[in-house]
Design a protein around this ligand. Structure first.
Ligand SMILES: [Fe+2]
Length: 194
C-alpha cells in the first residue's frame, strides 16, 4: 500500500500530512510534478526470477512506457537478504549510496515488482516521502532534489528506466536535510496497517 507523508524542511521538520488515500496521493504528487502510476502485479513470477523473466512478465507495460517516454535502457535492480556473512555491510553500503540529497540529469523512474523503498522529494519547502510498494511506478523528473531510503534491511526488486546507459550518477547537494526527516524504518513502522 503506497503511503505518503509530507514534512516541512526546516531545522525541526513538522509532519503536515500522512495518507494512504490513492486520490489524495495522486493530487499531492501531481502538484510537485511527480508521477505515480499503478500496474497490475504479475502473480505468476517465481521468487528468485531472473532479470529476463521479470522484464518478460511486464513486457507490455514496459514497452508502453518506453514508447511514451523515449527511454533507451531498461534493467532490473534487486536486493534481498541472502544470509551471507557480508550482507549487513553490503546492505548498508547500498543504502548509503543515495541516502543524501541529490539530483540527476535524467529522470529517475522505478517500477516496484516487489518489496519497497521510500523516495523523498524536496521541492518548494516541502519533503514528500513516497513509500512505494509492489505495483507502483514512480517517475521523478530530472533535476528534482531527492533521496532514496531502502531501509536497514533492504528487500526489493525494481525495474529501472533510463534515457542513456552510460553513467547515471548522483549530483549531491550537500544539504543534510535527509538526516532530519524520518527514515525508512521509522516511517514503515508508523504507517497504518492495511
Ligand atoms: Fe536518485
Amino acid at each position: 500500500m503506497t503511503y505518503l507523508t509530507v514534512y516541512t524542511d526546516g531545522e525541526a521538520p513538522e509532519r503536515l500530512l500522512a495518507t494512504v488515500d490513492p486520490d489524495e496521493i495522486a493530487t499531492e504528487l501531481k502538484g510537485i510534478d511527480v508521477r505515480l502510476r499503478h500496474w497490475r502485479v504479475a502473480e505468476d513470477l517465481p521468487s528468485g526470477a531472473s532479470q529476463d523473466e521479470i522484464l518478460k512478465a511486464y513486457r507490455e507495460e514496459v514497452d508502453r512506457v518506453v514508447a511514451e517516454e523515449g527511454y533507451t535502457f531498461v534493467d532490473v535492480a534487486q536486493l534481498h537478504p541472502d544470509g551471507g556473512a557480508d550482507w549487513p555491510e553490503r546492505a548498508a553500503g547500498a543504502r548509503r549510496k543515495f541516502l543524501a540529497e541529490h539530483t540527476h540529469d535524467d529522470d529517475e523512474v522505478r517500477f516496484f515488482v516487489e518489496g519497497s523503498g521510500i523516495f523523498y522529494l524536496h521541492t518548494e519547502g516541502r519533503i514528500h516521502a513516497v513509500l512505494c510498494e509492489a505495483g507502483d511506478l514512480l517517475s521523478v523528473p530530472r533535476n528534482t532534489t531527492h533521496w532514496f531510503d531502502m531501509g536497514t534491511e533492504p528487500a526489493f526488486t525494481a525495474i529501472r528506466f533510463f534515457h542513456d546507459d552510460d553513467g547515471w550518477v548522483g549530483d549531491f547537494t550537500g544539504n543534510p536535510i535527509a538526516d532530519r526527516i524520518p527514515d525508512f524504518d521509522t516511517i514503515t513502522a508508523g504507517r497504518p496497517v492495511a
